[in-house]
Design a protein around this ligand. Structure first.
Ligand code: PMV
Length: 316
């Protein structure tokens, strides 16, 4: 049997903008999707036993099938001949915006490689997972699969001319607590990404300055994270959320959770990932603040994940 894992992630700065070449900052979180693969049975069977938001697995099933086919093709495996029983589990919940699709692609690619005795580097696994991400995100930036593969805290810049992306490992003095609040809405990342691209094209006078602000914000955020100035990081997260509202990827439930986190004393809060539902993230240094923010969301009926940013690199 082959086994593999991929990290869940939280985009701290720059989702959507990153698709268009603006730098983004992403942190792996301390939860993974785990996969086990056996060469047995008939054709390709997927047993997805992840704890999901209601409807997550059903809604993503078609995209998941396409993503596995893309993955196998990139690994040079014959789709007609392949006999693979794929099991998915782990402690990363199936929420939108948490990198569940990229983490599962990385986990599956690693498990297949182990089962079929293919010696694949992390770089190759990342490339395979990027191909798989196209099924979920249409034109993905590559930020999700990079975080799922390498872990840690990463500065990511997509190379729009097709060359290698810029991936820099950032470091924080110590891990910091966050709360990820789930709206419960399963969003379609592909539609969200396509919507931003269409509006940007239609209305450059509005969108170009917003993209410039997102770029400046990423550089300030990088400095603040490296200086461990958490007050500043939080303020920049709030600003990032306003930019995401401006490009129309937030929604009522996300704004509600962001406001709630701020009222409870979070240092900052923003939507994270594709938006239109899915998750938000609140910066809540210390167990006590994390608990206060998480409990306030749970009291309102939302599912939450208490986790940390700045955790160690995956040692797979
Ligand atoms: O919703 P998620 O976790 O798949 O994150 C998507 C992030 C985007 O920036 C919207 C798309 C991308 O590929 O970077």
């Amino acid at each position: 049997m082959g086994r593999g894992s991929g990290f869940g992630k939280v985009i701290l700065f720059g989702e959507h903008f990153v698709v268009h070449g603006v730098p983004g900052i992403v942190s792996a979180i301390d939860s993974t999707v785990d996969a086990e693969v056996k060469k047995t049975g008939k054709g390709i069977i997927v047993r997805d036993e992840r704890k999901g938001a209601r409807g997550y697995t059903e809604k993503k099933r078609v995209q998941q099938k396409e993503s596995i086919e893309r993955m196998l093709r990139t690994m040079g495996i014959d789709l007609e001949e392949a006999v693979l029983d794929i099991w998915l589990g782990g402690n990363l919940p199936g929420f939108s915006g948490i990198g569940a699709s990229a983490a599962s692609s990385v986990a599956i690619a690693r498990a297949i490689a182990e089962e079929l005795e293919m010696d694949l580097s992390d770089e190759k696994i990342n490339e395979v997972a990027y191909e798989a991400e196209k099924a979920y995100a249409g034109t993905p930036s590559g930020i999700d699969n990079t975080a799922a593969t390498y872990g840690g805290l990463i500065w990511f810049e997509r190379n729009l001319s097709g060359g290698p992306n810029t991936i820099k490992k950032l470091s924080m003095r110590e891990p910091v607590e966050i709360v990820m609040g789930n709206t419960g809405i399963v969003a379609d990342t592909k539609e969200m990404v396509a919507g931003v691209a269409a509006r940007k094209k239609r209305d450059p006078r509005k969108y170009d300055p917003l993209f410039k602000q997102a770029e400046d914000l990423a550089f300030s955020a990088r400095r603040a994270l490296e200086d461990f100035d958490l007050g500043k990081v939080g303020g920049l997260m709030n600003e990032n959320h306003r930019l995401l509202q401006d490009i129309e990827v937030s929604c009522e439930e996300l704004d509600y959770l962001v406001d709630l986190a701020q009222e409870q004393g979070a240092f900052g809060a923003k939507l994270t990932g594709g938006g239109g539902g899915g998750c938000m993230v609140a910066l809540t240094p210390g167990k006590e603040l994390q608990e206060a923010v998480a409990a306030a969301m749970e009291k309102e009926g939302f599912k939450v994940l208490r986790t940390k940013i700045g955790v160690q690199k995956y040692k797979g």
